[in-house]
Write a protein that binds this ligand. Structure first.
Ligand code: 13P
Length: 240
């Protein structure tokens, strides 16, 4: 079961102080063998976080990467090789916040390939907008995102899908259990043996509800993950 923290464009060196709580919690948590914690901070904090988690079983990941894995004159960009070099094991690709800023399926596909070549595990985000949900074309949208995003990628064993309905991100809204179960099942039928996470407003209050959806392999957590206590609460409650 994955618990992946996506800090988005939040966090400073001071924010790292509370991670000790998470390290301590993980060490003594009885079910720790069954879970994988991954922190995806902004690029600026990858190095310091790698240091903090060095002697722990907690992994770090980046939130995006350039589509080219070789070096080049791309001002402001970071490639998957550089991320791997600083200690990242994962990278989030295809997040709706980046799709909304112009990343299309083709670019996302190139990024996934680049990350895979560098040996990073990819957290591949897909999800429908509110408008698409209203039009009842969720499956069509997910199908397209999966088909184009994973085009010509043979081995998918280093890819994890994060289903994040755009309308649930940062809104406090979550899908109802039967819709979510069905969507996760749909994704798992399309891509055999793939792990599928849910993301969108996961918090210590709604985890009791979300844990009833038993085909999920974990959660991609945004704002609640910036607060160590909330993040720990989510994990504890998931297993209570
Ligand atoms: P929130 O948990 O803040 O809704 O964000 C979800 C998300 O986008 C994680 O990638």
């Amino acid at each position: 079961m994955y618990f992946i923290a996506n800090w988005k464009m939040f966090g400073s060196l001071n924010s790292l102080n509370s991670l000790n709580k998470v390290i301590k919690f993980f060490k003594i948590f009885k079910k720790n063998k069954f879970l994988k914690i991954v922190y995806c901070p902004p690029t600026t904090l990858l190095g310091p976080m790698a240091e903090i988690f060095k002697k722990t079983k907690i992994d770090i990941g980046a939130q995006n990467c350039h589509e080219q894995d070789s070096y080049g004159a791309f001002t402001g960009s970071v490639n998957s090789k550089m991320l791997k070099n600083i200690g990242a094991k994962y990278v989030i690709i295809g997040h709706s916040e980046n799709r909304q800023r112009g990343e299309n399926d083709k670019l996302i596909n190139q990024k996934i390939k680049s990350a895979s070549r560098s040996g990073l595990k990819v957290i591949f985000c897909i999800g429908e907008t509110l408008n698409e949900k209203r039009k009842k074309i969720t499956k069509k949208v997910l199908n397209r995102q999966l088909r184009l995003g994973l085009s010509k990628i043979k081995s998918k064993n280093k890819i994890i899908i994060a289903y994040e309905p755009v309308w649930s991100i940062g809104t406090g809204l979550i899908p109802n259990a039967s819709d979510l179960y069905e969507t996760i099942n749909f994704i798992k039928k399309k891509i055999r043996k793939i792990k599928v996470l849910y993301g969108g407003s996961v918090n210590p209050k709604n985890i009791d509800y979300l844990k009833t959806i038993n085909n999920l392999d974990g959660y991609l957590i945004g704002s609640a993950s910036q607060n160590s206590k909330k993040f720990i609460d989510i994990i504890k409650k998931r297993y209570s």
